[in-house]
Design a protein around this ligand. Sequence first.
Ligand code: PLP
Length: 416
Amino acid sequence: MPNPAPITTIHEEYAAFKTKELKLNLTRGKPSTAQLDLSNGLLSRPADYLAADSTDCRNYGNLQGLAEARRLFSELLGAPPDQVLVANNSSLALMHDTIVYSLLKGTCDSRTPWSKQGEIAFLCPVPGYDRHFRICEDYGIRMIPVRLNDDGPDMDEVERLVATDASIKSIWCVPKYSNPTGAIYSDAVIERLAAMRTAAPDFRLLWDNAYAVHHLTDERIEIANILEACTHHNHANRPLVFASTSKITYAGAGLALFAASPANIKWILARFTPRTIGPDKLNQLRHVRFLKDHAGILSMMEKHRALIAPKFQKVLDIFDDKLRGLCDVRWTRPKGGYFISLDVPQGCARRVVALAKDAGVELTPAGATYPHGKDPQDRNIRIAPTFPELPEIAAAAEGVCLCIHLAIAERRGNIS
Ligand code: PLP
């Protein structure tokens, strides 16, 4: 294990870093401008509004989305087109809405609204996605953290909890290249999630496959099909699969995608009926014409990868160089997705984030990857390298390393 640098040197280096007056932001997993530019073909399509079945996309209708759009995303979602729903942008909005509908109206397996069943709880694999936790927080849903391993949630714990506690209605799952650790659910974990006995008759897997095609390496990792696995175990209504084109085309003007059992599709369409007379089908048609087919989606993702993989590599190179061997400091090497998860020694994450902020490097608040923003060990920091340009990424990563060294030195009591 290398000795940490002499304290005076760390202090001087940090002071020098501060004088650069940088304004760097590694907080949110946003596509960069160059990534967004890859889809500018969406903006220049000729006037085109007739779908294959002559639907006039300028008009109301098609609550479930255009047939050709449902076909386009069928393979990504692992569901036949009639079990796919294509909605306006933001899959997070769809997740939010399905939870609110369940709270207010019940599910297709239990007409009693969840809000009339006393306190309900969701399992939250940690570290996880802060916005999932925000939805729970906003609606008073108790969050039960469970450990997220490299191959998915700790299944012994998940099975133990859901088997006896009927108030546990769901588990949040980002099964591929999870936010923030990059975890990939193994076939064995997926099989257990599909098969497990749950006390709640309408238990739901909130299957947020946001990074289904977002590879960072040559490996084309595929995971088991959750809809098929659940159907096989007579739990066809258990999974609600979400995805979007937010990080395929435009984060602010893409399409949200949903797949589920026929009964769940019927259920969500019934909930949508009073809410809207139909989605933005022009955007759906544009996406169909632009991406064409699943191969078109994969080739677009190769272009994204060419832009962002070097940014991840830069951060990893700098971490390897500056942090390797430092006691209790480790980071993930994701094979896809949008994040690197960095663990620092216990009790240091908040301090590292504060030091970085003072030096002009904005990081996601420490604790954000845990329910209620409280990391019990104060260890985890989420790094989002996609948005800034490469030189900025390098400067920010160097700054983060410096702040880690300084926070560790402070904790040793060597700097007041
Ligand atoms: N789900 C996960 C796991 C994410 O990381 C993100 C964005 O970072 C989203 C969902 C947001 O998806 P959308 O833009 O479709 O709302």
